[in-house]
Write a protein of this length. Structure first.
Length: 205
């Protein structure tokens, strides 16, 4: 047996270089073919699917489209808009019509079922500008300023909505109309003095 192996090695060594080169090329070609075949299978080459247009659909309805196309989905964000029904899809990524590989996760943005809320900040003893900036940073956009009797001019006192004073930390819809009550410094908005005990806007006699 050992003699046979020795003879094979000797015969291989004695073969012309051209045969060795051809054998090496053949082996390299086979390895390259197998590698490309495996890569093609791994990346699902030429098996792209198209993202369906599911905007305006409810999530349960859209789920069927994704399942039929070999796609998965994930709700990554929500917004609130009164222009579309609650719970409907308002944005898709990748966008509808994009070609992706089967099994891709599609990111969805839904229209919230409830109006988004935020906590009322504590604005007492802040300047009007500071208080207003903090309220905007919280996401409130419907803000009205109203002067009320107070010692220091343009000093924020409290926030109210629908005639009710709100407590700091209380969560209210971002679409709420808020009134930022600001001290008039002893002078009402028209420049006339107000007595300490008189209602806001009432002229001193």
């Amino acid at each position: 047996m050992q003699q046979n192996r020795k003879n094979i090695r000797e015969q291989w060594i004695c073969m012309p270089i051209a045969y060795h080169l051809m054998a090496a090329i053949l082996v390299a070609g086979i390895l390259l073919f197998l590698a490309l075949k495996g890569l093609n299978s791994y990346t699902r080459h030429n098996k792209a699917v198209v993202i369906p247009d599911v905007k305006g659909m409810q999530i349960r309805e859209a789920a069927l489209f994704f399942a039929n196309n070999g796609l998965r989905y994930s709700v990554v964000d929500s917004i609130y808009s009164k222009d579309v029904p609650p719970g409907t899809i308002v944005d898709v990524f990748p966008v509808a019509g994009s070609k992706v590989k089967e099994g891709r996760i599609v990111s969805l943005t839904l229209n919230a079922t409830d109006v988004e809320k935020a906590a009322i900040p504590d604005v007492s003893d802040l300047s009007f500008r500071q208080a207003h900036a903090i309220m905007q940073a919280q996401g409130f956009s419907f803000i009205e300023m109203r002067y009320v009797p107070g010692t220091y001019r343009d000093l924020a006192i409290a926030i109210e909505s629908d005639g009710k004073e709100l407590t700091p930390g209380e969560r209210v819809p971002l679409t709420s109309a808020l009134v930022l009550k600001v001290s008039d410094g002893g002078v009402n908005a028209s420049g006339e003095s107000i007595s300490a005990g008189s209602p806001a806007g009432e002229n001193q006699q």
